[in-house]
Design a protein around this ligand. Structure first.
Ligand SMILES: Cc1cc2nc3c(=O)[nH]c(=O)nc-3n(C[C@H](O)[C@H](O)[C@H](O)COP(=O)(O)OP(=O)(O)OC[C@H]3O[C@@H](n4cnc5c(N)ncnc54)[C@H](O)[C@@H]3O)c2cc1C
Ligand code: SF4
Length: 328
């Protein structure tokens, strides 16, 4: 590990001042960043610990929920208002990592965890455009079973690994940030980027910006939501495919639906095409399959991951059927 300085910040202003040094990084739970430092993929010269910042989880005046960026994943998943009003978020979080890691990991850090592409982690022998821009991508012609089927590019086919972010995408979360230019709010759909020809730029954050909070809008449909994760092992594995969904049915028709897919793209994938195909339509297996097919029509599987198209289709249909069963 490359030597680095460490400082703990008491508030956002201090964190921003201390992180103004070149090559500084904010430190949340360290569950991803420290691993990357051990592998010398990340080489910060200054770590600014932000775990002492806002970790409150509270209802907003509008009836939504504000989650301080330093709140641990465990605290978010166990919060009464998360479990009752946004159950897919609680389920997504507990589907990830282990209890020990969730106790350390923070909401802010979860949004910025890096891909688990094995070639990205292999700094000794593999080419990776995300690690070294312009170098090439060994995953494209290599072993790409876990990689993207939607929205990928000729530069990068990695997937975003977060479970929590899939639920946040389905619920139109807002990410509050602060930086040298002041505070601003980013809609979740704009927070993570598709790779294009700059896969090293993963989010819309400006250099040095601090995530201060995540806000969930008031969303009654979210109380009828769930999350399902399909993976190689029952625990301690990232998603091959995951689905966060909420469904509302009225008089035999879908009155509203929220759907996002994980494990399929460089960002949590909001399934807007499937949602549009379902709204106002009679619900049932045929409608759910047609909506999944519409969403996956643009899927471009790689050599080893064609199975993800069928897996995503079946998982979407199964999750919607389970929600419809509960709603009927
Ligand atoms: C063995 C293992 C298994 C895992 N399995 C899963 C899984 O199944 N599903 C899943 O979703 N995740 C999984 N994870 C990942 C885990 O959820 C992430 O490592 C964690 O969420 C990152 O949060 P952190 O607070 O530890 O971030 P850190 O490691 O501290 O930081 C991550 C990044 O965020 C930046 N950062 C942190 N806080 C802020 C802030 N407030 N503002 C701006 N930047 C910030 C850091 O500079 C760094 O770049 C696993 C991790 C491990 C080690
Ligand atoms: S898929 Fe992306 S992260 Fe993986 S090797 Fe290629 S460029 Fe790197």
């Amino acid at each position: 590990m490359t030597p680095f300085l460490y400082a703990r910040a008491a508030d956002a202003g201090e964190a921003l001042r201390k992180a103004a040094l070149p090559n500084a990084r904010f430190l949340g739970g360290g569950t991803n960043l420290v691993d990357l430092m051990r592998e010398t993929i990340e080489r910060p010269t200054m770590l600014v610990d932000v775990t002492g910042l806002d970790r409150t989880i509270a209802e907003t005046p509008a009836g939504g929920l504000r989650i301080g960026a330093a709140a641990t994943n465990t605290a978010v998943a166990e919060h009464r208002l998360v479990r009752t009003r946004y159950p897919a978020l609680a389920r997504a979080i507990v589907a990830g990592a282990s209890a020990q890691i969730r106790n350390m990991a923070t909401a802010g850090g979860n949004l910025l965890q890096r891909t688990r592409c094995a070639y990205f982690y292999d700094d000794d022998g593999s080419r990776c455009n995300k690690r070294r821009p312009g170098q090439g991508c060994d995953a494209i012609g290599g072993f790409n079973r876990g990689h993207a089927i939607l929205g990928a590019s000729d530069s990068c086919v990695a997937v975003h690994p977060s479970d929590m972010c899939v639920a946040l995408a389905a619920f139109d979360a807002i990410v509050h940030v602060e930086g040298a230019g002041g505070a601003r709010s980013l809609p979740f759909a704009e927070f993570h980027r598709l790779p294009g020809d700059r896969p090293e730029i993963e989010t819309a954050l400006r250099p040095g910006e601090l995530i201060t909070a995540i806000e969930l809008p008031p969303l009654p449909i979210a109380a009828r939501s769930t999350y399902r994760k399909v993976r190689d092992r029952a625990s301690y594995a990232f998603a091959l495919v995951s689905v966060a969904a909420a469904l509302e049915v009225e008089n035999g028709r879908v009155s509203d639906v929220r759907l996002a897919i994980g494990g399929v793209a460089h960002k949590p994938w909001r399934a807007a095409t499937a949602e549009a195909a379902l709204r106002g339509r009679p619900f049932g297996e045929a409608a759910f399959t047609a909506a999944a097919d519409a969403e996956l029509a643009d899927a471009r599987p790689l050599k080893d991951n064609g199975f993800k198209v069928e897996l995503a289709r079946r998982t979407i249909v199964a999750v919607l059927e389970s929600l419809a069963g509960d709603a009927a």
